[in-house]
Design a protein around this ligand. Structure first.
Ligand code: AMP
Ligand code: GLY
Length: 428
């Protein structure tokens, strides 16, 4: 697989989390990479790439930065710049770009858009209704009863979904959303059938025509051991996800992913980038819970740990419309990441505590501590967010990967942090 972009590439990655640290780590290992810049980056990323503090939500700023730095390839990590049209701006300026247009990123940015698209292409998903006013939404909930799922249409930093086990909870969620709790994201509300089953994430690269699966993963959304406590952005992940068997994956490709890609192309808004399909699996079939227009965080960390340097070749093939000639070289391996978070997360937490012991942990092709929310100060690494570190390891079995990841966790001296001790339990 030969990239038309050649070698000695200057590459820009947008984002500042553990996902972008993992992307940078994989890209950096590929000999095609010459100069690597991450904007804005973080303290861990700064150890392997240049960091640039620019406004990544401004397409014009990103384009100007690329021109000034002779960037050959732009990789967009988070959803916010995608929804803001940064990929449209960079493509319009002739820059090779990984990430969907704003029109295509609606698959993540609007739940109502995605539900309508599923209708149009026959993809299995939860039954639903859309509302722009509280009255009819409340009537609908009373008619359907609980459990039921209430979703703000737009991007709400992962907080716009209420899985209501009682009618009262669902009614309260409707009132909150139309009351402005999520701003413009809640101007429209989608109410869905509650689906049961086991959730898993399926990652597919697409250049608008070809779809190439690049791995499966499962994350742990609750903050506490045994899946207890409030929801978070994800406390750990592993890949592959055994529940997403080859047969179920192939069925999801045929029933959900390929029809979605074809429908997006038919509408004149082809999807180019990674499609992250959240699936609810039951009785041998996956049904779509949601799409994201980016890699999952922390799922990206385990995918990159498994793919290594070839990730850059795959992202390039995707951006250049050559995915039909791309192939993933799979090792029969497993990866697992443990999120270390600041005490208090996902509620209020303090920033600025010092993390010690990182220097003593070897970083190899099969173990890395990715930084999610850190800041460098003098020679120290300080916590600078809720989710702070992603302690990630690869092994021949999931049990190996897990043992190695927790060995690293135990070598980190950070009394102000915590983690779940049971990442991977469902698969072990
Ligand atoms: P989303 O942001 O759409 O992924 O929703 C967040 C989480 O809510 C999902 O990962 C599921 O655990 C849960 N969820 C969303 N929609 C449904 C549904 N229709 N039935 C059951 N659980 C759901
Ligand atoms: N870990 C879930 C997400 O990235 O949306």
């Amino acid at each position: 697989m030969q990239s038309q972009a050649g070698t000695d590439m200057n590459i820009l990655i947008l984002g500042s989390g553990g996902r972008e640290h993992a992307l940078a780590w994989a890209v950096k290992q590929n000999p095609k990479t010459d100069r690597l810049i991450v904007a804005p980056g973080n303290a861990g990323i700064a150890m392997l790439a240049e960091c640039a503090d620019i406004d990544i939500l401004s397409g014009q700023t990103v384009v100007t930065f690329c021109e000034e730095n002779a960037i050959d390839f732009v990789i967009i990590g988070p959803e916010a710049p995608l929804a803001a049209g940064v990929a449209d701006a960079t493509r319009a300026a002739g820059l090779l770009t990984f990430g969907p247009s704003a029109a295509a990123a609606q698959l993540e940015a609007s739940k109502a858009f995605t539900k309508a698209l599923c209708d149009a292409c026959g993809a299995p998903t939860a039954a639903y209704a859309r509302f722009t006013e509280a009255g009819p939404a409340r009537d609908h909930i009373r008619r359907m009863g609980a459990p039921i799922v209430v979703k703000a249409d737009g991007l709400a930093a992962g907080k716009g979904v209420i899985v209501a086990m009682t009618e009262a909870e669902a009614l309260a969620a409707v009132d909150d959303m139309f009351g402005g709790e999520f701003g413009a994201a809640g101007a429209e509300v989608v109410i869905e059938e509650f689906m049961t089953g086991e959730e898993a994430s399926f990652f597919i690269l697409t250049d608008g025509t070809t779809a190439l699966p690049i791995g499966t993963a499962q994350d742990h959304k609750r903050v506490g051991d045994g899946d207890t406590g409030p929801n978070t952005g994800g406390m750990g992940a592993y890949s592959p996800a055994p529940v997403l068997s080859d047969a179920i994956a192939e069925r999801a490709m045929a029933e959900i992913v390929r029809p979605t890609i074809a429908e997006m192309a038919r509408r004149g808004t082809p999807y180019q980038g990674v499609l992250y399909a959240g699936l609810m699996i039951r009785d041998g079939q996956g049904r779509l819970v949601e799409y994201n227009a980016r890699f999952g965080d922390p799922e990206c960390q385990v995918l990159m740990m498994r793919l290594g340097a070839q990730a850059l070749d795959l992202l390039l093939a995707c951006a250049e419309g050559r995915l039909h000639e791309a192939k993933v070289n799979w090792a029969d391996d497993h990866a697992l990441t443990v999120v270390m978070a600041a005490k208090g997360y996902p509620g209020a937490y303090a920033k600025g505590s010092q993390i010690k012991g990182l220097d003593a942990i070897p970083e190899t092709s099969s173990q890395m501590v990715f930084h999610a929310g850190t800041k460098a100060a003098a020679s120290a690494v300080l916590a600078n967010g809720g989710r702070v570190l992603n302690v990630t390891a690869r092994g021949e079995s999931l049990a190996d990967a897990r043992a190695r990841a927790y060995e690293m966790v135990d070598a980190i001296d950070w009394p102000e942090g915590f983690c779940r001790r049971d990442i991977g339990w469902r698969a072990l």
